[in-house]
Write a protein that binds this ligand. Sequence first.
Ligand code: ADP
Ligand code: GN1
Ligand code: MG
Length: 367
Amino acid sequence: MKSAARAIAERFALDGRLQEIAAYGDGLINDTYLATTDSVQEPRVIVQHINRRVFPKPEWVMANIEILIDHVEQQNMAMAAGRRTLCLPKLYKAVDGSPYVVDAEGDVWRALAFIENTRTLEAIEDLSDAEEVGFALGRFHRQVNALGAERLHDTLPGFHVAPRYYQRYIQVSATANRTATSALRASFNFVDARKHRIDVLEEAKRNGTLLLRPIHGDPKLNNILFDERSRRAVSIIDLDTVKPGLIHYDIGDCLRSCCNTAGEAPGSGERVEFNLELCRAILCGYVAEMQSVLTAQDYGCLYDAIHLIPFELGLRFLTDYLEGNRYFKVDDPEQNLHRAKTQFQLVASIERQQERIKKIVAELAGA
Ligand code: ADP
Ligand code: GN1
Ligand code: MG
Protein backbone atom coordinates (compact mmCIF):
# COMPACT_ATOMS: atom_id res chain seq x y z
CA MET A 1 0.00 0.00 0.00
CA LYS A 2 2.89 2.35 0.78
CA SER A 3 4.28 2.26 -2.78
CA ALA A 4 0.74 2.80 -4.07
CA ALA A 5 0.43 5.79 -1.74
CA ARG A 6 3.68 7.19 -3.08
CA ALA A 7 2.54 6.91 -6.70
CA ILE A 8 -0.75 8.56 -5.75
CA ALA A 9 0.93 11.41 -3.85
CA GLU A 10 2.96 12.16 -7.00
CA ARG A 11 -0.32 12.84 -8.81
CA PHE A 12 -1.23 15.79 -6.55
CA ALA A 13 -0.11 19.34 -7.28
CA LEU A 14 1.93 19.65 -4.08
CA ASP A 15 4.19 22.55 -3.26
CA GLY A 16 7.63 21.00 -3.71
CA ARG A 17 8.92 17.56 -4.60
CA LEU A 18 7.77 14.51 -2.72
CA GLN A 19 10.34 13.08 -0.30
CA GLU A 20 9.01 10.50 2.18
CA ILE A 21 5.58 8.97 2.69
CA ALA A 22 4.56 6.81 5.67
CA ALA A 23 1.39 5.46 7.30
CA TYR A 24 -0.03 7.89 9.85
CA GLY A 25 -2.87 8.04 12.41
CA ASP A 26 -4.96 5.22 13.83
CA GLY A 27 -8.35 5.59 12.16
CA LEU A 28 -10.59 2.53 12.04
CA ILE A 29 -11.87 3.05 8.47
CA ASN A 30 -9.66 4.96 5.99
CA ASP A 31 -5.89 4.77 5.37
CA THR A 32 -3.95 7.90 6.20
CA TYR A 33 -0.38 8.77 5.17
CA LEU A 34 1.95 11.63 5.97
CA ALA A 35 3.95 12.82 2.99
CA THR A 36 6.92 15.18 3.24
CA THR A 37 8.10 17.45 0.45
CA ASP A 38 11.10 19.72 -0.01
CA SER A 39 8.84 22.80 0.09
CA VAL A 40 9.71 25.40 2.71
CA GLN A 41 6.10 26.65 3.09
CA GLU A 42 4.24 23.33 2.96
CA PRO A 43 6.66 20.56 3.90
CA ARG A 44 3.98 18.14 5.14
CA VAL A 45 0.85 16.83 3.48
CA ILE A 46 -1.83 14.36 4.58
CA VAL A 47 -2.73 11.80 1.88
CA GLN A 48 -5.81 9.63 2.45
CA HIS A 49 -7.41 6.66 0.78
CA ILE A 50 -11.19 6.54 1.20
CA ASN A 51 -12.63 3.16 2.13
CA ARG A 52 -15.14 2.38 -0.61
CA ARG A 53 -16.81 -0.45 1.31
CA VAL A 54 -17.88 2.12 3.88
CA PHE A 55 -18.36 5.12 1.57
CA PRO A 56 -19.98 3.76 -1.60
CA LYS A 57 -19.91 7.19 -3.29
CA PRO A 58 -16.52 8.73 -2.41
CA GLU A 59 -17.06 11.48 -4.99
CA TRP A 60 -20.02 12.66 -2.89
CA VAL A 61 -17.81 12.63 0.21
CA MET A 62 -15.40 14.88 -1.62
CA ALA A 63 -18.17 17.18 -2.88
CA ASN A 64 -19.43 17.65 0.70
CA ILE A 65 -15.93 18.38 1.97
CA GLU A 66 -15.31 20.94 -0.77
CA ILE A 67 -18.57 22.78 -0.08
CA LEU A 68 -17.89 22.77 3.63
CA ILE A 69 -14.28 23.96 3.48
CA ASP A 70 -15.30 26.76 1.13
CA HIS A 71 -18.18 27.83 3.32
CA VAL A 72 -16.14 27.93 6.53
CA GLU A 73 -13.28 29.76 4.82
CA GLN A 74 -15.65 32.44 3.54
CA GLN A 75 -17.22 32.84 6.96
CA ASN A 76 -13.80 33.11 8.59
CA MET A 77 -12.72 35.75 6.12
CA ALA A 78 -15.87 37.77 6.81
CA MET A 79 -15.15 37.76 10.55
CA ALA A 80 -13.70 40.82 12.24
CA ALA A 81 -9.90 40.81 12.36
CA GLY A 82 -8.51 39.33 15.55
CA ARG A 83 -11.59 37.19 16.27
CA ARG A 84 -10.94 33.60 17.10
CA THR A 85 -11.52 31.18 14.19
CA LEU A 86 -11.68 27.44 13.68
CA CYS A 87 -9.94 26.51 10.44
CA LEU A 88 -10.39 23.49 8.21
CA PRO A 89 -7.52 21.99 6.20
CA LYS A 90 -7.39 23.03 2.56
CA LEU A 91 -7.55 20.39 -0.19
CA TYR A 92 -4.78 20.05 -2.76
CA LYS A 93 -5.91 19.64 -6.34
CA ALA A 94 -4.58 16.83 -8.50
CA VAL A 95 -2.06 17.70 -11.22
CA ASP A 96 -4.91 17.34 -13.75
CA GLY A 97 -6.99 19.89 -11.82
CA SER A 98 -9.52 17.50 -10.26
CA PRO A 99 -10.26 17.62 -6.54
CA TYR A 100 -9.08 14.05 -5.94
CA VAL A 101 -7.18 11.19 -7.55
CA VAL A 102 -8.73 7.89 -8.64
CA ASP A 103 -6.45 4.83 -8.60
CA ALA A 104 -6.46 1.76 -10.88
CA GLU A 105 -9.06 0.03 -8.66
CA GLY A 106 -11.37 3.04 -8.93
CA ASP A 107 -10.66 4.10 -5.32
CA VAL A 108 -10.55 7.77 -4.38
CA TRP A 109 -7.59 9.49 -2.69
CA ARG A 110 -7.28 13.05 -1.45
CA ALA A 111 -4.48 15.29 -0.21
CA LEU A 112 -4.90 17.84 2.57
CA ALA A 113 -2.74 20.65 3.88
CA PHE A 114 -1.07 19.60 7.13
CA ILE A 115 -1.96 22.07 9.86
CA GLU A 116 1.42 22.74 11.46
CA ASN A 117 2.19 23.32 15.14
CA THR A 118 -0.78 21.27 16.26
CA ARG A 119 -1.31 18.01 18.07
CA THR A 120 -4.13 15.64 18.90
CA LEU A 121 -4.82 14.52 22.46
CA GLU A 122 -4.89 10.91 23.61
CA ALA A 123 -7.08 11.89 26.55
CA ILE A 124 -8.46 15.09 27.96
CA GLU A 125 -6.29 16.22 30.85
CA ASP A 126 -8.18 19.10 32.39
CA LEU A 127 -11.29 21.27 32.21
CA SER A 128 -9.60 23.73 29.89
CA ASP A 129 -9.04 20.94 27.29
CA ALA A 130 -12.70 20.03 27.72
CA GLU A 131 -13.93 23.56 27.15
CA GLU A 132 -11.77 23.74 24.04
CA VAL A 133 -13.43 20.60 22.69
CA GLY A 134 -16.81 22.21 23.31
CA PHE A 135 -15.69 25.34 21.49
CA ALA A 136 -14.51 23.31 18.48
CA LEU A 137 -17.73 21.34 18.07
CA GLY A 138 -19.94 24.33 18.88
CA ARG A 139 -18.18 26.66 16.44
CA PHE A 140 -18.25 23.97 13.77
CA HIS A 141 -22.00 23.42 14.23
CA ARG A 142 -22.74 27.12 14.28
CA GLN A 143 -20.78 27.78 11.10
CA VAL A 144 -22.15 24.85 9.12
CA ASN A 145 -25.70 25.46 10.32
CA ALA A 146 -25.79 28.48 8.02
CA LEU A 147 -24.92 26.22 5.10
CA GLY A 148 -28.16 24.23 5.25
CA ALA A 149 -28.41 20.42 5.36
CA GLU A 150 -29.94 20.27 1.88
CA ARG A 151 -26.66 21.41 0.32
CA LEU A 152 -24.97 18.18 1.41
CA HIS A 153 -25.20 14.66 -0.02
CA ASP A 154 -26.23 11.79 2.20
CA THR A 155 -22.95 9.93 1.80
CA LEU A 156 -23.70 7.24 4.38
CA PRO A 157 -27.42 6.44 4.49
CA GLY A 158 -28.31 5.02 7.90
CA PHE A 159 -25.21 6.39 9.64
CA HIS A 160 -26.09 6.93 13.33
CA VAL A 161 -29.64 5.68 12.73
CA ALA A 162 -29.65 3.45 15.80
CA PRO A 163 -32.68 1.25 14.91
CA ARG A 164 -30.92 0.25 11.67
CA TYR A 165 -27.88 -0.96 13.62
CA TYR A 166 -30.20 -2.78 16.00
CA GLN A 167 -32.01 -4.59 13.17
CA ARG A 168 -28.70 -5.75 11.76
CA TYR A 169 -27.59 -6.87 15.22
CA ILE A 170 -30.78 -8.92 15.63
CA GLN A 171 -30.16 -10.71 12.32
CA VAL A 172 -26.53 -11.43 13.12
CA SER A 173 -26.96 -12.38 16.77
CA ALA A 174 -29.73 -14.88 15.99
CA THR A 175 -27.15 -17.33 14.62
CA ALA A 176 -24.49 -16.51 17.21
CA ASN A 177 -26.90 -16.99 20.09
CA ARG A 178 -26.78 -20.77 19.94
CA THR A 179 -23.04 -21.01 20.50
CA ALA A 180 -22.47 -17.85 22.57
CA THR A 181 -20.09 -17.93 25.53
CA SER A 182 -21.36 -16.53 28.82
CA ALA A 183 -19.34 -13.33 28.31
CA LEU A 184 -21.01 -12.80 24.97
CA ARG A 185 -24.40 -13.61 26.42
CA ALA A 186 -23.88 -10.86 29.01
CA SER A 187 -23.47 -8.38 26.16
CA PHE A 188 -26.60 -9.74 24.46
CA ASN A 189 -28.53 -9.28 27.71
CA PHE A 190 -27.18 -5.75 28.09
CA VAL A 191 -28.50 -4.84 24.64
CA ASP A 192 -31.82 -6.55 25.20
CA ALA A 193 -32.47 -4.59 28.40
CA ARG A 194 -32.09 -1.29 26.51
CA LYS A 195 -33.72 -2.02 23.17
CA HIS A 196 -36.74 0.15 24.06
CA ARG A 197 -34.44 3.24 23.97
CA ILE A 198 -33.08 2.56 20.49
CA ASP A 199 -35.57 4.71 18.54
CA VAL A 200 -35.48 7.78 20.76
CA LEU A 201 -33.58 10.17 18.45
CA GLU A 202 -35.13 8.84 15.24
CA GLU A 203 -38.59 9.32 16.72
CA ALA A 204 -37.68 12.93 17.59
CA LYS A 205 -36.54 13.35 13.98
CA ARG A 206 -39.74 11.83 12.55
CA ASN A 207 -42.06 13.96 14.65
CA GLY A 208 -40.17 17.19 13.94
CA THR A 209 -38.80 17.69 17.47
CA LEU A 210 -35.27 17.57 16.06
CA LEU A 211 -34.26 18.96 12.67
CA LEU A 212 -31.72 17.78 10.13
CA ARG A 213 -28.65 19.99 10.06
CA PRO A 214 -25.15 19.60 8.65
CA ILE A 215 -23.11 17.47 11.04
CA HIS A 216 -19.52 16.30 11.36
CA GLY A 217 -20.49 12.69 12.06
CA ASP A 218 -17.27 11.65 13.83
CA PRO A 219 -16.18 14.36 16.31
CA LYS A 220 -14.11 12.10 18.56
CA LEU A 221 -11.24 13.58 20.53
CA ASN A 222 -8.46 12.74 18.10
CA ASN A 223 -10.27 14.51 15.28
CA ILE A 224 -9.69 17.86 16.96
CA LEU A 225 -6.36 19.62 16.47
CA PHE A 226 -4.97 21.66 19.37
CA ASP A 227 -2.31 24.33 19.13
CA GLU A 228 0.92 22.72 20.35
CA ARG A 229 1.82 25.60 22.64
CA SER A 230 -1.43 27.22 23.79
CA ARG A 231 -3.44 23.96 23.73
CA ARG A 232 -6.38 25.85 22.24
CA ALA A 233 -8.50 24.04 19.65
CA VAL A 234 -7.66 25.25 16.15
CA SER A 235 -9.23 22.76 13.75
CA ILE A 236 -11.59 19.84 13.41
CA ILE A 237 -10.53 17.23 10.86
CA ASP A 238 -11.60 13.86 9.40
CA LEU A 239 -14.49 15.32 7.44
CA ASP A 240 -15.62 12.18 5.54
CA THR A 241 -18.75 11.80 7.56
CA VAL A 242 -19.99 15.37 7.07
CA LYS A 243 -23.60 15.04 5.92
CA PRO A 244 -27.14 15.94 6.95
CA GLY A 245 -27.92 14.53 10.40
CA LEU A 246 -28.78 15.43 13.97
CA ILE A 247 -26.35 17.57 15.94
CA HIS A 248 -27.28 15.20 18.78
CA TYR A 249 -25.35 12.41 17.05
CA ASP A 250 -22.26 14.63 17.17
CA ILE A 251 -22.75 15.79 20.75
CA GLY A 252 -23.30 12.20 21.94
CA ASP A 253 -20.28 11.00 20.01
CA CYS A 254 -18.00 13.77 21.22
CA LEU A 255 -18.98 13.21 24.85
CA ARG A 256 -18.68 9.42 24.70
CA SER A 257 -15.18 9.86 23.35
CA CYS A 258 -13.96 12.71 25.59
CA CYS A 259 -15.64 11.88 28.91
CA ASN A 260 -14.32 8.31 28.89
CA THR A 261 -10.72 9.00 29.85
CA ALA A 262 -9.89 5.26 29.79
CA GLY A 263 -10.32 5.42 25.98
CA GLU A 264 -11.93 3.03 23.51
CA ALA A 265 -9.58 0.17 24.39
CA PRO A 266 -8.72 0.34 28.11
CA GLY A 267 -6.24 -2.04 29.69
CA SER A 268 -7.60 -4.90 31.79
CA GLY A 269 -8.78 -3.73 35.20
CA GLU A 270 -9.00 -0.09 34.11
CA ARG A 271 -12.31 1.48 35.17
CA VAL A 272 -14.54 2.92 32.49
CA GLU A 273 -16.51 5.90 33.77
CA PHE A 274 -18.30 8.85 32.24
CA ASN A 275 -16.62 11.92 33.75
CA LEU A 276 -19.28 14.46 34.73
CA GLU A 277 -16.97 17.43 35.21
CA LEU A 278 -15.56 16.99 31.71
CA CYS A 279 -19.11 16.66 30.39
CA ARG A 280 -20.12 19.92 32.04
CA ALA A 281 -17.07 21.79 30.68
CA ILE A 282 -17.52 20.47 27.13
CA LEU A 283 -21.21 21.37 27.12
CA CYS A 284 -20.40 24.84 28.53
CA GLY A 285 -17.91 25.49 25.72
CA TYR A 286 -20.41 24.12 23.22
CA VAL A 287 -23.37 26.16 24.40
CA ALA A 288 -21.28 29.34 24.46
CA GLU A 289 -21.05 28.97 20.68
CA MET A 290 -24.45 27.45 19.91
CA GLN A 291 -26.77 29.29 22.30
CA SER A 292 -28.49 31.27 19.54
CA VAL A 293 -29.19 28.13 17.50
CA LEU A 294 -30.28 25.65 20.17
CA THR A 295 -34.02 25.23 20.86
CA ALA A 296 -35.74 23.97 24.01
CA GLN A 297 -36.32 20.69 22.16
CA ASP A 298 -32.61 20.43 21.39
CA TYR A 299 -31.81 20.68 25.09
CA GLY A 300 -34.65 18.30 25.88
CA CYS A 301 -33.05 15.50 23.82
CA LEU A 302 -29.46 15.95 25.03
CA TYR A 303 -29.49 13.30 27.73
CA ASP A 304 -31.03 10.83 25.28
CA ALA A 305 -28.16 11.50 22.85
CA ILE A 306 -25.48 11.18 25.53
CA HIS A 307 -26.95 7.80 26.48
CA LEU A 308 -27.76 6.50 23.00
CA ILE A 309 -24.59 7.16 21.01
CA PRO A 310 -22.21 5.03 23.14
CA PHE A 311 -24.90 2.33 23.21
CA GLU A 312 -25.12 2.51 19.42
CA LEU A 313 -21.32 2.35 19.06
CA GLY A 314 -21.19 -0.66 21.37
CA LEU A 315 -23.85 -2.31 19.23
CA ARG A 316 -21.89 -1.51 16.06
CA PHE A 317 -18.67 -3.01 17.50
CA LEU A 318 -20.55 -6.07 18.79
CA THR A 319 -22.29 -6.68 15.44
CA ASP A 320 -19.00 -6.32 13.59
CA TYR A 321 -17.39 -8.82 15.97
CA LEU A 322 -20.21 -11.28 15.28
CA GLU A 323 -19.86 -10.73 11.53
CA GLY A 324 -16.11 -11.43 11.57
CA ASN A 325 -14.69 -7.87 11.88
CA ARG A 326 -15.48 -6.62 8.41
CA TYR A 327 -16.08 -2.93 9.14
CA PHE A 328 -13.74 -1.67 11.87
CA LYS A 329 -10.03 -2.40 11.52
CA VAL A 330 -8.75 -4.79 14.22
CA ASP A 331 -5.36 -6.02 15.43
CA ASP A 332 -6.85 -9.17 16.92
CA PRO A 333 -10.17 -10.93 16.38
CA GLU A 334 -11.46 -10.24 19.93
CA GLN A 335 -10.81 -6.50 19.77
CA ASN A 336 -14.26 -5.45 18.60
CA LEU A 337 -15.86 -7.41 21.44
CA HIS A 338 -13.58 -5.63 23.91
CA ARG A 339 -14.50 -2.29 22.32
CA ALA A 340 -18.21 -3.14 22.57
CA LYS A 341 -17.98 -4.06 26.25
CA THR A 342 -16.11 -0.81 26.92
CA GLN A 343 -18.92 1.24 25.38
CA PHE A 344 -21.49 -0.73 27.37
CA GLN A 345 -19.58 0.02 30.60
CA LEU A 346 -19.69 3.67 29.64
CA VAL A 347 -23.46 3.44 29.06
CA ALA A 348 -23.88 1.88 32.51
CA SER A 349 -21.89 4.75 34.04
CA ILE A 350 -24.07 7.28 32.21
CA GLU A 351 -27.19 5.55 33.53
CA ARG A 352 -25.89 5.68 37.10
CA GLN A 353 -25.37 9.44 36.68
CA GLN A 354 -28.54 10.12 34.74
CA GLU A 355 -30.02 12.64 37.17
CA ARG A 356 -26.79 14.61 37.48
CA ILE A 357 -26.32 14.77 33.71
CA LYS A 358 -29.89 16.01 33.30
CA LYS A 359 -29.25 18.66 35.94
CA ILE A 360 -26.20 19.94 34.04
CA VAL A 361 -28.28 20.14 30.86
CA ALA A 362 -31.10 21.95 32.67
CA GLU A 363 -28.66 24.51 34.10
CA LEU A 364 -27.23 25.17 30.66
CA ALA A 365 -30.69 25.44 29.10
CA GLY A 366 -31.68 28.03 31.69
CA ALA A 367 -28.47 30.04 31.42
P1 ADP B 1 -8.39 8.69 10.29
O1 ADP B 1 -8.80 8.93 11.69
O2 ADP B 1 -9.54 8.18 9.45
O3 ADP B 1 -7.14 7.91 10.11
P2 ADP B 1 -7.78 11.53 10.15
O4 ADP B 1 -8.26 12.46 9.09
O5 ADP B 1 -8.33 11.72 11.51
O6 ADP B 1 -8.06 10.07 9.60
O7 ADP B 1 -6.20 11.60 10.21
C1 ADP B 1 -5.42 10.79 11.07
C2 ADP B 1 -4.48 11.65 11.92
O8 ADP B 1 -3.65 12.45 11.07
C3 ADP B 1 -5.19 12.67 12.82
O9 ADP B 1 -5.55 12.11 14.05
C4 ADP B 1 -4.15 13.76 12.96
O10 ADP B 1 -3.18 13.42 13.93
C5 ADP B 1 -3.45 13.74 11.61
N1 ADP B 1 -4.02 14.71 10.65
C6 ADP B 1 -5.01 14.50 9.76
N2 ADP B 1 -5.26 15.59 9.03
C7 ADP B 1 -4.40 16.53 9.47
C8 ADP B 1 -4.13 17.89 9.09
N3 ADP B 1 -4.81 18.46 8.09
N4 ADP B 1 -3.17 18.56 9.77
C9 ADP B 1 -2.47 17.97 10.76
N5 ADP B 1 -2.66 16.70 11.15
C10 ADP B 1 -3.61 15.98 10.52
C1 GN1 C 1 -14.79 5.20 13.01
O1 GN1 C 1 -12.57 6.37 11.00
P1 GN1 C 1 -12.63 6.71 12.44
O2 GN1 C 1 -11.76 5.84 13.25
O3 GN1 C 1 -12.40 8.18 12.70
C2 GN1 C 1 -16.28 5.34 12.71
C3 GN1 C 1 -16.97 6.19 13.78
C4 GN1 C 1 -16.73 5.59 15.16
C5 GN1 C 1 -15.22 5.45 15.38
C6 GN1 C 1 -14.91 4.77 16.69
C7 GN1 C 1 -17.39 6.12 9.18
O4 GN1 C 1 -14.16 6.47 12.91
O5 GN1 C 1 -18.37 6.23 13.54
O6 GN1 C 1 -17.30 6.39 16.17
O7 GN1 C 1 -14.61 4.68 14.32
N1 GN1 C 1 -16.46 5.96 11.40
C8 GN1 C 1 -17.32 5.44 10.50
O8 GN1 C 1 -13.56 4.94 16.97
O9 GN1 C 1 -18.02 4.46 10.71
MG1 MG D 1 -9.52 10.53 12.74
